[in-house]
Structures are given as C-alpha cells and as structure tokens.
Write a protein that binds this ligand. Structure first.
Ligand SMILES: *Cc1c(COP(=O)(O)O)cnc(C)c1O
Length: 396
C-alpha cells in the first residue's frame, strides 16, 4: 500500500533533490584561516573605522612585503590610483600614459579628473608596456612640448612590467612613474624586488578577486614620505591640523576600515603560499593544454617572476579548431567561469577619442585570450575538468 502523501508535498520542497554544483569561479576569495581571530581581536579592542592599530599594522606588513618605505591603506586599488594621480598633480588637459592592455581602473580616476589618456601598445612577452615604444613616444612628446604628467605602467595579470626600463625612459624627461601593481602582490622583478618597487608610487589592490584580499581594499606605496603623507591627508577629507574643520582643498573618504584591514593582515601571511599555488595552477594548465595546436600562454620574461594571478590561455582559432568564445560557452554550460582577456582601452567606446601609439599587439591578445579559473582554492579534480572540456573543443 502506498504511503499517503499530502497533495502539496512536491510543491513546498525548498530545494531540488540534488542541488546543482556550485559554479567554478575565475578567482574567488580563499580564506587563510586567521581572518576571524584578527577581526575579533580588532573589534574587541573597539576598532571599526579606518583608524587605530589594525590599519597601521596592515600598512607595516605591506611595507615589509613590498620594501616600500611609506604605505597608505585605502578603500580600494582604484582609490589608491586616484590619490596617486592627485598627489602627482594631474590637472584637466594633462596627458597620462598607460598600456593599451589593462583594466579600465588604471586610468579611470585620471580621466574623471579631466586628464587625457594616451594608450601605448604592449610587448608580446609578458603583455606589459613596451619600454622602447615609450622612449620613442616621450621624445616625440618632448618635441611637441607636451610631456605626460605621469606614466602608469601595469603589472598585467600579476606579471611585472619592465619597470627599470620604463623608469629609465621617464627619468630622462623628469616624468614620474606610478605603477599599477593592483594584481601583482607577491610578484617580483629583477633581483627579487617586489612588484612596483622602483616607481615613484605603486598601487595595490585587495579586492575579493585578487591573490590576497581584504574583502575590498588597496594601498598606495612609495619611498617619498611627504608624498604619501599628502595622500593620507586627502584620503581623510583633506582635514588640516586644526581642532575645527579646516580645508585648503577637498579630499575623499578613502581610508581602509579596521575590520577589512584585519582580514587583509591575515591574508597577507598566506601570500607566499598563494603565489606558489597560483604558479602551480598555471603549470598544470600548461602541462594539460600546451600540446594542443594553436594554444599559448603569457611567457615569463627575464625581468619579472609572475604571481600568475590569472592564467590566460591564447587560442588561435584556425589551428585549434574553435575560437575563445566557443570555449567560453562550453565552460559556461558546465558551470565554469572564464572571461576574455581585458579588452584594450584604445578599443573601448569610452576612449574613442584618446590618442594612441600602436595597439595591434594588445588587440590580437584580446582576440585570442581567455582567462581560466585560477583560484588557489580550486581542487585538482576541478582543474582537470576544465582542461578536459577545453581539450574537447580542439580539433583532433
Ligand atoms: C583589480 C585592479 C584594479 C582595481 O583595484 P580595485 O581594488 O578593484 O579598485 C586596478 N588595476 C588593475 C590592473 C587591477 O587588476
């Protein structure tokens, strides 16, 4: 005899019998383990706001990690870049030069300040700003009598740009360099120097998708204490040192809260392990895919050891047998997130009138580049699934 069932039994079940597998994301946050203890410690001591010992301890830890003498913790990497543009004196009509291949945040604050971006092409090896092209363009700009206010190279996908060569080219004309090292925590340059070291200023990000995260946050760093002190003042609404509210200029609310700084501190202690794991993820993709015709990866140039924040697969459609969009859709149908490489800024509608120098290399990388799931919490089995699905798209 069948067990009687209430008529609505099926209708009120809150979940399907087997919940779908969670999606495999590109670069989700990965807890280090000490976050809750740090947050509890900070809050029990009465700290929440962007002040007190925890943001200061985060800044000290970042100074140690990066080798920079002065560090300001900020609410985001974009806020750090904005403060950098402010203290470097960017004004309406000034040019700021950036690589064509980057995320919009590299230049967005400067554009919002009325600056004109100029986009320079990148080198094939490493995908970062071409120092030779930069030197040529600076000479031309000097002849025009219109040097950029600041040059902003980018450590793309955690691969350091050739900062020594870029700084040398800019020093010739007295142009300051602010390195967008937002995605490059833990990456190093020649001689083991941390990403961004050697630039007048460097900006870092602790967004949720970066190699270590505060849940959201950033930092501006450099060796010029006065410049960083100025940025700190602007980050706190540009209050002058008076008991009343006195302002010689206007600023921002750009400090990093104590709670998020506590998360960032715990995460930072895992950075060396995270770099090793991201590099391992990259090596597994290379081992699993490099034999397929028409595939390629970002080569690691002599000047920098990447943190391999995201693995980007290059797909040449003719030999491979499918383009990157076909592969993206196959992965998406299996609940796996992947994304085309940054669309170059000289091709963005927002910058259709911006001057440029070259751009063909960046455009080709965009046509062929697909960012693969690269999180340090991804299991080997999940990564093997991604590799198998990509292999299934190839001609064979
Ligand atoms: C993440 C990122 C930023 C922005 O950092 P936020 O903390 O998200 O504001 C800027 N530039 C590059 C290259 C990035 O990868």
């Amino acid at each position: 005899m069948a067990t009687p069932q209430p008529a609505h039994a099926g209708a009120i079940l809150p979940f399907p019998a087997r919940p779908p597998a969670p999606p495999l994301l590109l670069s989700p946050p990965h807890l280090a383990g000490g976050e809750l203890d740090r947050v509890r410690e900070t809050m029990e001591a009465g700290w929440l706001a962007p002040a007190g010992p925890t943001p200061a301890a985060f800044e000290d830890a970042l100074a140690t990690t990066t080798g920079m003498q002065s560090v300001l913790a900020t609410a985001s990497g974009t806020a750090a870049l904005h403060l950098g543009y402010r203290v470097l004196g960017v004004a309406p009509g000034d040019e700021v030069w950036a690589p064509a291949m980057t995320f919009v945040a590299s230049v967005a604050p400067a554009v919002q300040m009325g600056a004109i971006p100029r986009f320079l092409d990148v080198v094939e090896t490493g995908w970062t700003m071409d120092p030779g092209l930069l030197a040529e363009e600076l000479s031309k700009a000097a002849r025009r009598g219109r040097l950029p206010r600041v040059v902003v190279p980018v450590d793309l996908y955690g691969q350091c740009c050739d900062l020594d060569a870029i700084v040398a080219a800019c020093d010739r004309w007295g142009v300051p360099v602010m390195c967008d090292s937002a995605a490059a925590m833990g990456a190093t340059q020649r001689g083991g120097r941390h990403a961004g070291r050697g630039a007048r200023l460097a900006a870092y990000s602790f967004n949720g998708n970066k190699i270590v995260t505060a849940g959201g946050g950033g930092a501006l760093a450099g060796d010029d204490a006065a410049l960083l002190a100025r940025a700190r003042q602007l980050a706190g609404q540009a209050k002058e040192a008076w008991p009343h509210y006195e302002h010689e200029t206007t600023g921002y609310t750009y400090g990093l809260s104590s709670v998020l700084a506590a998360v960032g501190l715990a995460q930072l202690s895992a950075l060396p392990a995270r770099v090793a794991r991201r590099r391992d993820v990259f090596a597994r993709y290379v081992a699993g895919l490099a034999d397929l015709p028409g595939t390629g990866f970002i080569a690691e140039p002599a000047w920098g050891r990447a943190n391999r924040w995201l693995t980007v697969l290059l797909i040449d459609p003719a030999p491979f047998g499918a383009d990157r969009e076909v592969v993206r859709r196959v992965l998406q149908a299996a609940g796996i997130e992947s994304r085309p490489a940054w669309k170059p800024l000289h091709l963005q509608p927002a910058f259709r009138d911006a001057p440029q120098a070259g751009g063909a290399t960046a455009a080709a990388l965009f046509e062929r580049g697909l960012c693969l799931p690269s999180g340090t919490g991804m299991s080997d089995a999940d990564q093997a699934r991604v590799i198998d699905l990509i292999r299934s798209c190839a001609r064979n």
